[in-house]
Write a protein that binds this ligand. Sequence first.
Ligand SMILES: [Zn+2]
Length: 286
Amino acid sequence: MSEINSTEPVPGSAPGQIAPCPTDRPTHPGRLGLNRDGYRGERIEARRVVQEIRSWARHHGFTEQTSVFGDHELVFLSRLGRPGPRVYLSAGIHGDEPAGLIAIRDLIRDNPWPETLNLGICPCLNPQGCDSGTRENAAGHDLNRDYRHPRSTEVRLHLEWLSSQPPWDVSLCLHEDWESHGFYLYELNPASRPSLAGPILETVGALCPIDPSSWIDGKPTNAPGLIRPEVDPRHRPDWPESFWLLQNGCPHGYTLEAPSDWPLPVRAEALRQAVQVAAHRLALGF
Ligand SMILES: [Zn+2]
């Protein structure tokens, strides 16, 4: 925790720059030590990044749907009609977690998807929060607690789009955690399908620390960086997106949490590679 509470960056580092590597962990860039009582790292121009995502998506043949609210809009991208699994990917539901948007931009730009994969992508679920750099939307609602009895326009519009789609096989929700000591993930897999957690953590661990804590976010870990929460959505009133998906036909989900006290390029690359290895494992049938 002492690193979290420090206001001094690692010597030689600054937001957006990768700090010198400790000699005992040469592949792990150093922690920035910027976050205190919340995310204090790099900001992005979310609207510009979303425009880049839309432009690359058009270039690579994705279908786009939009839902306008006020002077913002939600963007839904899809690439369907293929014989393989259906994968759902989202980011930007918390506006102070920019790495997910960057990861989706880089993925759509580089187009590394297996040919057989069907994709539905929501690149920025909280446009107001992403504009202002706040976790919540402009009304102060945490959208990722709004999926059981939605109050927010954003979640209602998102659910309209989700409800128009056949169920997904796997969901990947991209997040960041400003308090964590490394990358970690939540796995929802009540039917015990072949797990993607091992391949994801092994791949990410080559470029970013995996959180070694035995408790993360108030929950016990099942292995380093892995939380399999024993929560029955029916008993929780404030569903996150992942619970709605689980209760509406998607039997297998991951919430991927990049450590936002590390440089943004490292976090975005960790999320990008996590999605990429999951997509390839799914297309290959593990
Ligand atoms: Zn989040």
